[in-house]
Design a binder for this molecule. Structure first.
Ligand code: FE2
Length: 289
């Protein structure tokens, strides 16, 4: 099986801290422009999202890809990406056979890291994402409901990442509302970058973005950027996600009497209870929990 990650990966920091390491997938045929130009038009339309025009860092990230510009086809966008300020995001390219082995190999390596950290045996809901972006394009500040390993293949990027539970970057109520998809616009100002670390990375390098760590991305000025990420949850991050969802509901209830719940990510014990309460809550509301 293709080896994907180099030995400098810091498994003990998984979902604790962002860190840079190296990947071994440079030159993989699946990531060649020829293969991408062949695969992308064959994928279902909902898996290929693209934006036109450089985005502002403070923009609403999740609404960026909801609309597809009518005036340009995907093929034309790939052709002219260097000059058109475009940003293509491809979800689950692993449905194409050219990505299948790569997906398997990455899942196996993530599973090994998870086992080392004691957070489960295999990645949950693992998916690949491809990003093809014009020079200088920006992904606005956001958090993700999953853990990420982002690998660079072409061009350069600066990814500015904070620590996962830093309330100075994202407040607890905002984090909870984001996780339940009630509000996907997180407040951000340049001053908040003081609480985050900028990671410059180029082809062959990779970056771990922990579950719910605030981050934004700016591509380098010189070349089209091609990167791929594997996103996944662990047993631990699923627990956190459920506990955050429960806290969101609890916060509304307690808020009526002027109280607020304790935060998530501080006590494994409390998080486990709140995660179980979330399942009970879903069951009560008629959802399978
Ligand atoms: Fe992200």
């Amino acid at each position: 099986m293709t080896p994907c990650f180099a030995d400098d990966i810091k498994s003990e920091l998984l979902d604790r801290q962002p860190f840079k390491f190296h990947h071994k997938l440079l030159g993989h045929p699946a990531l060649s422009l020829e293969n991408l130009s062949r695969v992308l038009p064959t994928l279902p339309q909902q898996q290929v999202m693209y934006s036109k025009g450089l985005l502002d860092v403070g923009a609403d990230f999740e609404s960026t890809f909801r609309k597809k510009p009518k005036e340009r086809t995907l093929e034309e966008t790939i052709e002219s990406i260097r000059t058109t300020d475009s940003y293509i995001m491809v979800r689950s390219p692993e449905v194409d056979p050219s990505f299948a082995d790569l997906y398997k190999a990455l899942c196996a390596e993530v599973a090994a890291l998870m086992a080392l950290r004691g957070v489960g045996k295999r990645p949950i809901d693992a998916q690949l994402y491809l990003f093809i972006a014009s020079p200088n394009s920006v992904t606005p500040f956001h958090i993700d409901r999953y853990s990420t390993f982002l690998m660079q293949f072409r061009g350069s990027k600066t990814v500015t990442v904070g620590l996962p539970w830093d309330d100075r970057l994202v407040s607890q109520p905002n984090r909870e509302a984001y996780v339940v998809r009630e509000n996907t616009k997180l407040p951000w100002t340049i001053e908040r970058d003081a609480f985050a670390t900028p990671f410059e990375f180029s082809p062959g390098e990779a970056l771990h973005i922990p579950f719910i760590a605030g981050h934004h991305v700016r591509n380098g000025p010189d070349d089209v950027s091609i990167s791929m990420s594997i996103i996944f949850n662990t047993d631990e991050s699923v627990r956190w996600k459920d506990a955050l969802s429960f806290n969101h509901v609890l916060r509304k209830q307690l808020g009526r009497v002027g109280l607020s719940p304790s935060g998530i990510g501080q006590s494994d014990f409390k998080d486990a209870i709140k995660s179980r309460m979330w399942h009970r809550y879903l069951k009560m509301r008629g959802y399978a929990g």
